[in-house]
Ligand binder design. Structure first.
Ligand SMILES: Nc1ncnc2c1ncn2[C@@H]1O[C@H](COP(=O)(O)OP(=O)(O)OP(=O)(O)O)[C@@H](O)[C@H]1O
Ligand SMILES: [Mg+2]
Length: 410
């Protein structure tokens, strides 16, 4: 049988991989070592032409199904790993058949949850991961995607300004519908809570999480947060026609949460005294789209929100409120963001890393300013930050416990 590679974008180097060997036997000459979550199938990471890919050995119908679903998810811009291709017709040199492989692009700067816990994390990490999972599940449901196996293991996490952004990594059990019924959503959430419960117990059994986390409470918070977010994003609101400002307010609230209203259903009753509004279509990525439009930086939504806050502070400090926003943003980018992040070591040069680092430097400045009793200069703070804790792995455990921080410019 001939080796067949179906790929979204031609990556000629894919052909050069040792497809005639089981993935288990692919060695260090081919593979790169990166953190990987728990899975039934064998997964290996390879570097080809400057890009890293994940290769998963699986049965043929599953590979095709997952590939097609990931392509659908890509099309609707869902937060999921990007499919690259399916490799079938694999055989060993002795003509023994080998299982097909699904190839996806490695999600840059992402971490499986277990890896995070084995490195040591701050006590609030678990609730933050659950928050990120809730946001992911809600986004998928808004798009009509039934996951069927929502879990921490089937999710990858990226740091996002002290919080996390979650991405779907395993779409094997998913289904894309026009819209999900309440029952479908509830069932999906049920599976998610069951999986989360088991995963927390497993972390506790492995000594990676202490007894301070109550699995029952955590599962309850997953349910509660999902209901609250779903209600906020899709719920109808009734008010009198003298309260029309509530339309703007609802939209502003959604924007603040990182969502954008694409379509709003506004219905007035027959005598025109009351109005009912209901967001019909909401889109995620409000802040990241705005930041990208202004600066070209493509980062996570929370990171974008933080950077936009700093840009606002810069605008106010220099009295540039009346100036062209694109020009001000360019000044901020070249006078503040780029000089600060250029101090970073080689291994933190990507945009996501730069944005996270910038957020941490702002936190660090707040911390130093408090400690020293006066506002610290940003460049000096950055130098101190890199000298004292420039390693991306360490800040999670060593950052001071801070909550909301002001953004300011000196
Ligand atoms: N594109 C990717 N980027 C980064 N990591 C990836 C990628 N694809 C797979 N992985 C890693 O491999 C792990 C296993 O992948 P996946 O969940 O798809 O396997 P699986 O065997 O189908 O899982 P399950 O046991 O749930 O059926 C993930 O948890 C993740 O850590
Ligand atoms: Mg999985």
């Amino acid at each position: 049988m001939a080796l067949r590679i179906v790929a979204t974008t031609p990556q000629p180097a894919l052909v050069t991989l040792p497809w005639d060997k089981p993935l288990e036997e692919w060695d260090q000459r081919v593979c790169v070592t990166l953190p990987r979550g728990l899975s039934r199938h064998i997964v290996r990471f390879v570097r080809l032409g400057g890009e890293v890919y994940a290769v998963k050995e699986t049965r043929e119908p599953i590979a095709w199904r997952e590939y097609a679903l990931l392509r659908d998810l890509r099309r609707i811009k869902a937060p999921a790993v990007e499919p690259v291709g399916v490799v079938t017709g694999r055989e060993t040199r002795d003509d023994e058949p080998l299982e097909p492989c699904l190839v996806t692009r490695h999600l840059t700067s992402s971490m499986p949850y277990r890896e995070m816990f084995s490195r040591g994390v701050r006590p609030d990490t678990m609730p933050k991961l659950v928050d990120a999972l809730v946001v992911l599940l809600t986004k998928l449901h808004l798009m009509g995607f039934y996951w069927g196996d929502c879990s921490l293991s089937n999710t990858l996490f990226r740091r996002s300004a002290g919080e996390f952004a979650a991405y779907l990594v395993d779409a094997e059990t998913g289904e894309l519908h026009h819209e999900l019924s309440k029952g479908q959503r509830a069932h999906d959430l049920d599976i998610g809570t069951g999986n989360l419960f088991a995963e927390v117990l497993d972390l506790q059994a492995g000594g990676l999480v202490g007894d301070e986390i109550d699995p029952f409470e955590l599962v309850e918070s997953l349910n509660g947060r999902y209901d609250a977010l779903w209600g906020e994003l899709t719920g109808a609101e009734d008010f009198g026609t003298d309260e029309m400002w509530r339309i703007e307010k609802r939209i502003a609230r959604l924007n603040d949460m990182g969502f954008e209203v694409d379509e709003l259903d506004i219905v007035t009753d027959w005598d025109g005294a009351t109005v009912r509004i209901q967001p019909k279509v909401v889109d995620a990525g409000h802040h990241s789209r705005r930041l990208q439009g202004l600066t070209g930086l493509d980062v996570e939504d929370n990171q974008a929100r933080r950077l936009l806050n700093d840009l606002n502070a810069f605008t106010a400090y220099h009295g540039l409120q009346g100036a062209d926003p694109a020009w001000v943003a360019h000044r901020w980018l070249t006078e503040v963001f780029e000089p600060v992040t250029a101090l970073a070591p080689e291994n933190r040069r990507g945009q996501l890393e730069a944005a996270e680092m910038f957020h941490e430097i702002l936190e660090h400045r707040w911390y130093l300013s408090e400690q020293r009793g006066k506002e610290q200069d940003l460049m000096e703070t950055a130098r101190d930050y890199f000298a004292t804790r420039g390693d991306p792995g360490t800040p999670l455990t060593e950052l001071p416990e801070v909550t909301t921080l002001p953004d300011s410019h000196t």
